[in-house]
Design a protein around this ligand. Structure first.
Ligand code: F6R
Length: 259
């Protein structure tokens, strides 16, 4: 079962996860991070900026989870732009070492395989940061995605397009397709850290952590992973049946174990 950590605020979550990343980079300056986009991971990246002041992150390698298909990498809301703006530049990562799937429609038949090979060549992802969709998606693996899936093109659900319309001038501007690491790709990372904040994520979080293992709720795939950590605020934790146990286990966790 995933370790569930219920925190007071997204900022607390950011502090906790950033500390884990600093520990990881301390052990391996060339650690490989799996990078989520969207609003959820932003407190982690912000906290990392503070905690890593004085830590050399220039050897850290990164792989984004996903990218839209059909908008140019220069578009301000492409995940290539978001990763550059929110992660690479503020943290001083080497842009050559940080990869985003290629969403060019002309290359879509080959770019998934190339991305898989690049992750493999890097030795795999050490720590994968994840958000969760209100429909339970992980990466952009929408409901129905195979647990064995690898990086490939997917069609975004109407719900995901509505959720993400806040980043675009209008709903019509939200791309309909994406390229995303598969659930099988994500499950190969050595440590999964899924974050979720707000009541809107509560049902998806409860399904992912305590519901049946089902492709209908892709984030339930984390139940298959031997080292998955779920960091949620009170609202996102509000539908967890075993919340009291998670709090008890966290409060009594042996010191010095990290996440
Ligand atoms: C982003 C990603 C998505 C988001 C999810 C939640 O790279 O893969 O799964 O994590 O859509 O988005 P936010 O964080 O904006 O609520």
């Amino acid at each position: 079962m995933a370790e569930v950590v219920i925190v007071g605020s997204p900022e607390d979550a950011g502090t906790l996860v950033a500390a884990e990343i600093v520990r990881l980079v301390g052990r391996d300056p060339q650690a490989v991070l799996g990078l989520a986009t969207g609003s959820t991971p932003l407190p982690v990246y912000r906290a990392l900026r503070k905690q890593a002041a004085g830590v050399d992150l220039s050897g850290v390698r990164g792989f984004a989870l996903d990218e839209y298909v059909g908008i140019a990498p220069e578009h301000p809301e492409s995940y290539a732009s978001v990763i550059r703006r929110e992660v690479v530049e503020p943290l001083g990562l080497d842009p050559e070492l940080v990869h985003v799937p290629d969403g060019d429609p002309e290359r879509i038949a080959v770019s998934g395989g190339e991305y898989e090979r690049a992750i493999e060549a890097a030795g795999g992802v050490d720590l994968q940061i994840l958000g969760i969709g209100t429909d339970g998606h992980l990466g952009f693996n929408e409901p129905g995605s195979s647990f064995a899936s690898r990086t490939r093109v997917k069609t975004l659900t109407a719900q995901t397009r509505r959720d993400n319309a806040r980043f675009f001038p209008s709903l019509d501007d939200v791309p309909r397709h994406c390229i995303t690491q598969g659930l099988g790709t994500i499950l190969r990372a050595r440590h999964l850290v899924l974050l979720a904040f707000g009541a809107g994520k509560a049902a998806a979080v409860a399904g992912a952590v305590e519901g049946p293992l089902t492709a209908s709720l892709p984030a339930s795939a984390i139940q298959l992973h031997p080292h998955a950590t779920v960091v949620v605020d009170e609202e996102a934790a509000s539908q967890l049946r075993m919340a009291e146990y998670y709090r008890y286990a966290w409060e009594n966790k042996p010191a010095g174990q990290g996440l």
